[in-house]
Design a protein around this ligand. Structure first.
Ligand SMILES: Cc1cc2nc3c(=O)[nH]c(=O)nc-3n(C[C@H](O)[C@H](O)[C@H](O)COP(=O)(O)O)c2cc1C
Length: 228
């Protein structure tokens, strides 16, 4: 199957084309993002499913340059620690090395330039337990996160439809207390995700996935495979 990328500015793109060609965008121009577009993404986010429709999340949209610089500094500190801890020793082959290095260059670029991305959106999740109990005990119908990530994905897909790039990032969480104190976020919220939002300079396209749908899907019983 091939998918449209709608590369030209202002092109309308179908839902499936948009989501199939969406990917983590880590390089952005400094062109501002219209508030109207931010609102469209936020409105798309709140249309996502959540357990009991309770929407256990809030957003903080950060446009102020000093605050963006503050967030970028916190993110960079987390990234500097993390990248040392996960640095791969060796690769199975050259193409695996190339793919890792390509991805790593983009990751480094984002860490070094986050303050220049025009908008940074934070997703806050209250530390609540959504588990319901009865006399038989707890009914584990899903952690609170499960009601937040769909909103994050909706936000990112709405951005994609507007020709805006995002990347779901979490390295700021290593120093989450500093994020909370920079922006006055109450302690009861986790700062679940940090999304840069801007006009990407990279190209959309179907991103490589090493575990394709066929490989990780069973039909009727675990381990029963089919080919598409
Ligand atoms: C829970 C989660 C945390 C992530 N954290 C970061 C991050 O801190 N920094 C970053 O650059 N990318 C982060 N990513 C993005 C992933 O690296 C990216 O989605 C993955 O490599 C696939 O990218 P692609 O769609 O462009 O192939 C995160 C993704 C998820 C789902």
């Amino acid at each position: 199957m091939t998918f449209e990328t709608g590369q030209a500015r202002g092109n309308q793109i179908g839902l499936l084309d948009g989501l199939m060609t969406n990917r983590a965008m880590r390089r952005y121009s400094d062109e501002p993002v219209a508030d109207e577009d931010i609102w469209t993404c936020l409105e798309a986010a709140v249309q996502a499913p959540s357990g009991g429709n309770i929407q256990p999340y809030q957003f903080v949209v950060v446009q102020d340059p000093e605050l963006r610089a503050g967030l970028a500094g916190i993110y960079r500190r987390g990234w500097a620690r993390y990248e040392v801890a996960i640095a791969p020793g060796e690769f199975p082959n050259d193409s695996a090395r190339d793919a890792w290095e390509r991805n790593n260059r983009a990751t480094v670029h984002l860490a070094e330039n986050l303050e220049h991305v025009p908008v940074i959106v934070l997703l806050l999740m209250p530390t609540i337990d959504m588990t319901v109990h009865d006399e038989e005990g707890p009914m584990p119908v899903g952690p609170t996160h499960a009601s937040v990530y769909p909103a994050i994905q909706n936000f990112m897909l709405a951005a994609r439809s507007l020709g805006l790039g995002t990347a779901l990032t979490t390295l700021h969480r290593i120093y989450e207390d500093d994020v909370r104190s920079l922006l006055g976020i109450p302690e009861r919220y986790e700062v679940l995700a940090l999304l840069p939002l801007g006009h990407p300079t990279g190209k959309w396209g179907v991103a490589p996935r090493y575990r394709g749908a066929e490989r990780i899907t069973s039909w009727d019983a675990f381990g029963e495979k089919r080919t598409p």
